[in-house]
Design a protein. Structure first.
Ligand code: MRU
Length: 340
């Protein structure tokens, strides 16, 4: 797979996901503001990928600070952390990764600033590499739940594109495929930004994993007809009680799955579990611009003055989740906080 995020010649290089599937292009962010805008505008998206990107943004910003004395350097770096943390509110991986960079900074208090800058860059690279390793571990655990011949429904894109590589929900699917299991994937298109249609279909086709695209409104009917054997989705934040925030529409999939006796799995690294948030009602849900719903790339999909509501995520209560697949194993939702 094409790398979603990487450090390239002094810049944070992002695969521009807003231009997929038509064009594979990269965006070189050379300052913190362009990293922040890229996260906000979904050039890079998916909970683990935005965490990794923010960590690299912190490292990038650190290199440009001219202060040579720790306190001044630290103050400016914390300002950078604040800017990046204000980009998107729901995915906890963003805050998790920034917090890890802050901890690195305070652990190095008293060291020469040049050494701190090098260490911050190294830390962001470690976060990236660990993310891929976590996805592969999730894949190994989750593949056990899949049998050859099954058809798996997924929502949004929880793939290599949403992580530093390999993917969460799609990582599990990828691992099952690599084990030789003949599976089929059904991808919800995922209105309004079409992460399922543009990204999941593209990503699976790159790997030659059989995928069929459906509109979001078809999922329940396919389950009723017995055409879906299990659902696997990713997560942006998992509360301590096992409630799961993920792309808008996930809750509807979970309800349909429960109604038709279809197992509903969530795959997420431990960096997505937020023990400090007791339940799903406390997870901040991002509201995005009206034009994502009212139009598509300059074309009107609704009257210009139509009132629009565009929450980007929903919460699926723990009781609708069969199990949560993490890098540390498969957990009942009520036990998942113990894995963090
Ligand atoms: O708005 P997005 O595209 O960042 O939303 C992404 C999702 O909801 C994914 O399902 C989630 O981040 C899990 S990614 C491994």
């Amino acid at each position: 797979m094409v790398p979603t995020v990487q450090w390239h010649e002094g810049a944070v290089r992002l695969l521009d996901q807003s231009r997929l599937p038509e064009t594979v292009t990269f965006l070189d962010c050379r300052d913190v503001e362009s990293v922040a805008v890229a996260i906000r505008e979904l050039k890079v998206r998916g909970a683990p990928a935005i965490g990794v990107t923010a960590a690299m943004g912190v490292a990038l910003g650190a290199q440009a600070i001219s202060a040579e004395e720790y306190e001044t350097f630290a103050k400016q770096l914390l300002g950078i952390c604040e800017r990046l943390a204000a980009t998107r509110p729901t995915a906890v991986n963003l805050f998790w990764a920034i917090e890890r960079m802050k901890q690195k900074l305070s652990a190095l208090r008293g060291e020469p600033v040049a050494a701190i800058k090098a260490a911050l860059l190294k830390e962001s690279q470690a976060i990236l590499e660990e993310d891929i390793a976590l996805c592969k571990a999730m894949g190994r655990h989750g593949a056990e739940l899949i049998q050859g011949g099954q058809t798996i429904l997924t929502h949004c894109n929880a793939g290599a594109l949403a992580t530093a590589g390999y993917g969460t929900a799609l990582g599990v699917i990828r691992a099952a495929w690599e084990q030789g299991k003949q599976i089929q994937v059904i991808a919800d298109e995922t209105r309004p930004v079409l992460q399922g249609a543009r990204l999941t279909a593209w990503e699976l086709m790159q790997d030659k994993i059989p995928v069929t695209l459906i509109t979001d409104s078809m999922a329940g009917s396919l389950m009723r007809q017995g055409k879906i054997h299990l659902c696997i989705v990713g997560a942006d934040r998992i509360a301590a009680n096992g409630d799961v925030a993920n792309k808008i529409g996930t809750y509807g999939v979970a309800l349909a799955a429960r109604a038709h006796g279809v197992p509903f799995y969530v795959a997420a690294p431990t960096s997505t579990i937020d023990p400090a948030t007791p339940d799903g009602a406390r997870i901040p849900i991002e509201e995005r611009a009206a034009d994502e719903v009212a139009g598509w790339r300059g074309l009107a999909a609704a009257p210009a003055e139509a009132r629009v509501w565009n929450p980007a995520f929903d919460v699926t209560p723990a009781e609708l989740v069969t199990a949560i697949i993490t890098d540390r194993g498969v957990f009942a939702p009520r036990d998942v906080a113990g894995a963090a």
